[in-house]
Design a protein. Structure first.
Length: 434
């Protein structure tokens, strides 16, 4: 029997309230453990799903989050993540990335290549015990390439949120890590498209189409959309007072850009992020009160729903006792590949050892992006239940590692946060160790 749409909407609102309350309750606990808020939100999603709540009698995850309600939760969550990525792009120090483009590209390639290669070697060892999924044999090339790609992932939205929470977005280490993760994630999605083609014998045409349409999208964004946005901002701020209508205009632009990149074959978050990148920087201060700050408040409410909507599909109870050695190997290879590649490349780019270590642990965060990739692996029939579970645990472990080792800078004044550009970024990184 079809449920009343009004009833479904009411249940979705009740679910949102549960998510926000549980996340708010867990956040102070994880902050005491030097963990970012994102860890509390991911744990909230997993705890409310079959991994913890599902262990209790009564099929509570199904009762609390009925399947008919989950599409509504996913839509709410997508609004939050797209607005958040738009803000990250808008607040990003693009000038610093241009000045450090060689370092950004070098770090991005190093933080992908080393974990990818070590992941290939590990997957060759693991394949024998995970060669069958749902009664059919997995192609070894598809399995090995997929595990290597999963090892190379850096969770761009999670890394961006950690950088903002730790106030590192105006430091050289933060800018370098964020720019490298942005490039690296685009490459990782392309790698995933290649793996998908291998797994389903779809050919290379899909990958070539993504590259071509992505190039066209960038050209249109820079040549046509950016001048229009600049003209709109100049006219809207001419009298010193910003119309609140700009909030809706910019939000709609982020959503539309996300739709376009999704149609291309990339994740929608790259569309919202790229739209934020083309925003004029000189008018940023005048737009804070009417646009940026209200949008930050909205994302703070919606992001927990984003993590929960995906975490509900994760079941960590599938791991048996025999997988402990494999789990340790997966976590060790994943961490060492990212830490060595990221730290080494950052050091070669001129950063201090302290800053380089910070970059290495930032690039080691995988979080939600990894969960999305792993679910794709299940859909493609590449991962069995135990392998999926171990990779999920690896994603949480590597993300949680950033908390104790990434410095947390003190708050700056609002005007400094917008206009300041550190002349010696190493100093605040050296001083902040709480």
């Amino acid at each position: 029997m079809a449920q009343n749409p009004t009833q479904l909407l009411a249940e979705a609102m009740a679910d949102v309230s549960v998510v926000l309350l549980v996340s708010a309750a867990l956040t102070p606990l994880f902050r005491r453990l030097r963990q970012p808020q994102v860890i509390a939100e991911i744990i909230t999603g997993i705890a409310l799903g079959p991994s913890l709540l599902g262990l209790l009698p009564g099929n509570l995850p199904h009762r609390l989050f009925p399947p008919a309600v989950r599409p509504d939760l996913a839509a709410i969550a997508q609004v939050g993540i797209l607005l958040f990525m738009f803000l990250v792009g808008w607040q990003m120090n693009a000038a610093e990335i241009r000045r450090s483009k060689n370092a950004v590209l070098g770090l991005s390639l190093a933080s992908i290549t080393l974990p990818f290669v070590t992941g290939l070697l590990l997957a060759t060892w693991l394949f024998h015990d995970h060669a069958e999924v749902a009664g059919h044999r997995v192609g070894e090339s598809a399995f090995v390439l997929f595990v290597g790609t999963a090892m190379a992932i850096t969770a761009f939205p999670v890394l961006a949120r950690i950088i903002l929470e730790h106030r590192l977005q105006m430091t050289r280490a933060g800018v370098l890590a964020l720019g490298s993760a942005a490039i690296g994630d685009v490459l990782a999605w392309c790698m995933l498209a290649v793996v998908s083609a291998v797994a389903v014998s779809d050919g290379p045409g899909k990958l070539l189409g993504i590259v071509g349409y992505s190039a066209l999208y960038v050209v249109v964004l820079v040549v046509a959309v950016r001048p229009l946005v600049r003209l709109l901002v100049v006219r809207a701020t001419r009298n010193g007072d910003v119309s609140p209508l700009l909030l809706g205009v910019f939000a709609s632009g982020a959503f539309l850009a996300g739709y376009v990149t999704n149609q291309i074959g990339l994740d929608a978050i790259f569309g919202a992020f790229s739209f934020g990148l083309i925003m004029p920087r000189e008018a940023h201060r005048s737009l804070q009160l009417r646009v940026r700050i209200p949008m930050e408040h909205v994302t703070a409410l919606l992001l927990p729903v984003f993590f929960v909507s995906t975490g509900l599909a994760v079941d960590v109870t599938r791991l048996g006792g025999g997988g402990v050695l494999e789990l340790l190997a997966i976590c060790g290879v994943a961490s060492l590949g990212k830490l060595l590649g990221g730290t080494g490349a950052a050091r070669l780019s001129g950063l201090s050892w302290r800053e380089s270590r910070t970059v290495g642990f930032l690039m080691n965060t995988r979080g939600l992006t990894e969960l999305i990739v792993l679910n794709a692996g299940v859909t493609m029939g590449v991962l069995d239940g135990r392998m999926f579970t171990m990779m999920v645990i690896m994603a949480l472990v590597t993300t949680a590692m950033a908390g104790p080792f990434v410095p947390h800078l003190p708050y700056a004044r609002a005007d400094e946060a917008v206009t300041a550009e550190p002349t010696e970024p190493a100093e605040p990184l050296e001083r902040s160790e709480r």
